[in-house]
Every structure is written in C-alpha cells, then in structure tokens.
Design a protein around this ligand. Structure first.
Ligand SMILES: Cc1ncc(C[n+]2csc(CCOP(=O)(O)OP(=O)(O)O)c2C)c(N)n1
Ligand SMILES: [Mg+2]
Length: 277
C-alpha cells in the first residue's frame, strides 16, 4: 500500500515528467506528445518507487532494466531519467538536435540510463525477453520492465516474443501495454482491433491484469501481484489517455506527433503546474 505522501510524490514526479517532456519537445518545435504523456505515470512509479537503479552507476549489474519498446515516447523516458538524476535536466533541451545525447528515439549508447535502443515497433519486445533470458541464465534476481504501445502490439513479432517468454518461463519480465486506444492516425479499434488484450496474453500463457494507468495504487498492486506469480511472464494492461495532462491534447486523433510552439508551451506549463499537489 502506498502512503498518501508517496502518492503525492509520485503524482508530482509524473507532472514534472510531463512538464520536462513538453519543454524539450517545444525546444525542437515538434515531437511525439500524445504517447509520451500517456506513460508519464507508469514511468514515475517505476523510477520513483519500483525499480532498483542507481543514477550514478547506470550500468550497475544488479539493476532492473526498462525497455521502452514504444521508442517514439523517448522524450518522456529522458525526462524521467533527468529528474531521477542521471544527467542535468537542462540537457533535455537539446532533444533531437544535431549532436545531442537525446535523439527522438532511445539509443543506449548515447543516453545515461537508457537500457536498450528502440524505435522500430515490436523489436523491443524481443530484445527485452532475450535480456530477461540472459539474466535468468545468470541467476540474477532483477526485473526487466517492458513498455509496449497498443498499436505496437499489432506487430506479429510481439506475439512471437509472447510465446518465447512463456516457453522460457520468464517470470523476471513485467510488460505493460499503454492501452491509450489510439495509434498514429486513429483508433486501434478501427484500424486493427486488438480485442481483449488481457485475455490474449493470458491465452499465450502470461499472468495478465488490466488497471488504470493513471492510478498509482492500482499499478503498484498489479506489480506486486505480478511478482508473486512464479514461472510465468506478466502483462499489465494500462488503461490510459493519450495526451494525458494537457486537456487540449487528451484523446484527440491528431495528438500523435504535434507542433509545440513556445506560446503553446506557456499554456501547457500553466495547466500542468495547476496539477502539482
Ligand atoms: C516497425 C515500425 N512501423 C512503424 C513505425 C512508425 N510509428 C511510430 S509510432 C507509431 C504508432 C504506434 O502506436 P501505439 O503503439 O499505439 O503508440 P502511441 O502512439 O499510442 O504511443 C507508428 C506507426 C515504427 N516506429 N516502427
Ligand atoms: Mg496507442
């Protein structure tokens, strides 16, 4: 059970992730806003409470790993890492500019704290599970967290990976699907309906749950339950709002990649500041 104080801190961490994400995207003028904002709360919970990491030692062998398979949401991951202390947050303003350590999609050779390069949808699932198998073979007790997009799981590769995780009993994997119901240019339901994601993964042998991806207690409970399940990989579907935090962007079909001017940024920052507890 999270304390009231922990929930306040996690909520503020998430709001600050949203704020830094939008500032960095505004600094380059455009970027993947919607899908970055929808995962701010899970990033806050993972880096703020759940994950065993050391910002002063990004390659610490005992650490938990995070693979952001929906790599287009890199700006949100960078914001979380900067706020966690891996590097000064001012560096976020070099996002996607020539020579930057913060490219639009994650690159582990460039950014402190990024565990795996991602961006080609589906591939992060396979790499995460390969990493998890390696850790299991080395008898490590750390966890591999994986964040997938809902549109992303239309990729066949994800289901091949799902079979693999079941075959090798990868109970050191906790995967999340950011179920924001939208993909690049429309509703997943209309483009390639995913049906019941929880039941589909369950049929592939995973321990599966669905929770509100903006509710810290529900997510924390699901992670605790996932860790109790031995011999199976775990999937947690996060029901989220694409664009969460900036009302004009929330749930809009056109919020995948948007222009953010300095003028609009002022409006966004003021709305986000009002969400600080
Ligand atoms: C293999 C591959 N195909 C296409 C793309 C282009 N692309 C980037 S994000 C995206 C939509 C993904 O939708 P979803 O997984 O729902 O993520 P969200 O936009 O909701 O964050 C697409 C098609 C890509 N990065 N990789
Ligand atoms: Mg989506």
């Amino acid at each position: 059970m999270l304390t009231t104080n922990e929930i306040r801190n996690l909520s503020n961490f998430a709001t600050n992730i949203r704020m830094e994400t939008m500032k960095s995207i505004a600094s380059v003028g455009t970027g993947h806003t919607g899908g970055s904002l929808s995962i701010a709360d899970i990033l806050s919970l993972l880096y703020g409470k759940v994950m065993k990491v050391d910002p002063n030692n990004p390659f610490w062998e005992e650490r938990d790993w995070l693979i952001l398979s929906k790599g287009h949401s890199g700006p949100a991951l960078y914001a979380a890492l900067g706020l966690k202390g891996y590097f000064p947050t001012e560096e976020l303003l070099t996002l996607n500019k020539p020579g930057t350590n913060y490219p639009s999609h994650p690159d582990w050779t460039k950014t402190k704290g990024v565990d795996m390069s991602t961006g080609s949808l589906g591939q992060g699932a396979s790499t995460a599970l390969g990493i998890a198998l390696g850790h299991k073979m080395n008898k490590k007790d750390n966890y591999i967290y994986l964040i997938l997009g809902d549109g992303e799981i239309q990729e066949g590769q994800v289901w091949e990976a799902a079979l693999f995780a079941n075959q090798f009993e990868l109970d050191n994997v906790i995967a999340f699907v950011d179920w924001n119901k939208l993909q690049l240019d429309g509703y997943t339901k209309k483009i390639n309906n995913l049906g019941n994601i929880e039941k589909k993964f369950e049929a592939f042998g995973w321990h599966s749950q669905t929770v509100n991806g903006h509710d810290f207690q529900e997510m924390e409970n699901a992670i605790v339950a996932a860790k109790k399940e031995k011999g199976k990989p775990s999937l947690i579907v996060l029901s989220t709002i694409k664009g969460k935090g900036y009302s004009k962007l929330e749930n809009t079909i056109s919020n995948h990649s948007t222009a953010v001017s300095q003028e609009i940024l002022k409006e966004i920052v003021s709305e986000l500041e009002s969400q600080l507890l």
